[in-house]
Write a protein that binds this ligand. Structure first.
Ligand code: 2P0
Length: 318
């Protein structure tokens, strides 16, 4: 049976996607901008043709909603597809705000496309990845990527686009892993709840595009202070929209704010470091490569586990 394997790195958004303008097509209510990060990676093998659909994730059989989400994505590739076997593993914690769905669906779409023998453009693959999980559309690209909202009703122009390759800028992203287990509220549920109940949501979506314009310019001229300022503002405004939901949604833990304080203290002492948080308690810290050790020492004082990440390459078929 035709089989293919693909590897993708997760990405962390510096300007956040939070909210959907079309739920069925998974179209975003905000544009976003991200950095794809190694050595974290998802490795996925798809066999196109089997007795029955089966997905094995990190060594266990996926069931229910999780399996449906995977096979619904393969149905989009080919509604007449044969049963498929999907085997996927992450080398980092799954579903804890470490962006596992971004690398997961990027690797799935790439492996399934290769296994099926179809030839699609990277834009077509990025649209399919978006349907699986929004952030995955950015993980097909290495380094710095954007995901514009797009204007078309069918979503064909809403997909990841490359901004600059991994070697454009030697930065680091350190992750204070405060909780490695799965989160309580999925990103999808969290953003739908926010858009349905938060009075701050319209303001969040209104100001988000300007952040992407500013972040893009900062990335292109390698201005980490300007990028760091936009990145923190985007993260805090996204979280403010959730905190104002009804009932309020808060992904932070006490350790989250301790790590944020450590970053602010570091900056006050003259070392450049900037934080961001996603749909989980972990804190990701951006810094210049030259400051990695100083930033690591400061974060390690408040977090038992600190991961070191650097810009990673595009998703690839092995
Ligand atoms: C992002 N997040 O831009 C934002 C910031 C989390 C916080 O994209 O519903 O798993 O599958 O499209 O991509 C995580 O949400 O959501 C995410 P769906 P996804 O990275």
């Amino acid at each position: 049976m035709p089989t293919a394997t693909a590897v993708a790195h997760p990405n962390i958004a510096l300007c956040k996607y939070w909210g959907k303008r079309d739920r069925a097509l998974n179209l975003p209510a905000t544009p976003s901008l991200s950095l794809t990060l190694a050595p974290y990676a998802t490795r996925t093998t798809v066999t196109w043709g089997a007795d029955a659909d089966e997905a094995r994730l990190n060594g266990r059989i996926a069931d229910g909603k999780e399996a449906r989400r995977i096979f619904a994505n393969l149905d989009l590739l080919d509604p007449h597809r044969p049963p498929c076997v999907v085997t996927s593993a992450n080398n980092f914690p799954t579903a804890a705000g470490l962006a596992s769905s971004s690398s997961g669906f990027a690797a799935l779409v790439l492996a399934a496309n290769a296994a099926s023998g179809a030839s699609r453009t990277i834009e077509e693959l990025a649209v399919l990845a978006r349907r699986g999980s929004g952030s995955a559309t950015r993980s097909l690209f290495g380094g710095w990527a954007e995901w514009p909202m797009g204007a078309r009703a069918d979503g064909a122009d809403s997909h990841g686009v490359p901004l600059a390759p991994a070697d454009h800028w030697d930065v680091r992203m350190l992750v204070a892993v405060l909780q490695a287990g799965p989160k309580g509220t999925s990103s999808t549920d969290g953003m739908v709840h926010t858009q349905e109940t938060s009075p701050y949501y319209p303001v969040w979506t209104e100001q988000a595009p300007a952040d992407v314009v500013e972040a893009r310019a900062a990335v292109l001229r390698r201005d980490i202070e300007a990028l760091g300022a936009v990145m923190e503002r985007s993260a805090m405004r996204m979280h403010a929209s959730m905190l104002a939901a009804d009932p309020p949604l808060c992904y932070w833990r006490a350790g989250t704010l301790a790590a944020v304080d450590a970053v602010k203290a570091l900056r006050a002492s003259g070392t450049g470091a900037w934080y961001t948080m996603d749909a989980g308690p972990n804190v990701k810290v951006l810094c210049a490569a030259a400051d990695e050790e100083a930033v690591h020492a400061a974060i390690a004082a408040v977090s038992e586990r600190v991961e070191r990440l650097a810009p990673g390459g595009p998703a690839r078929v092995e």
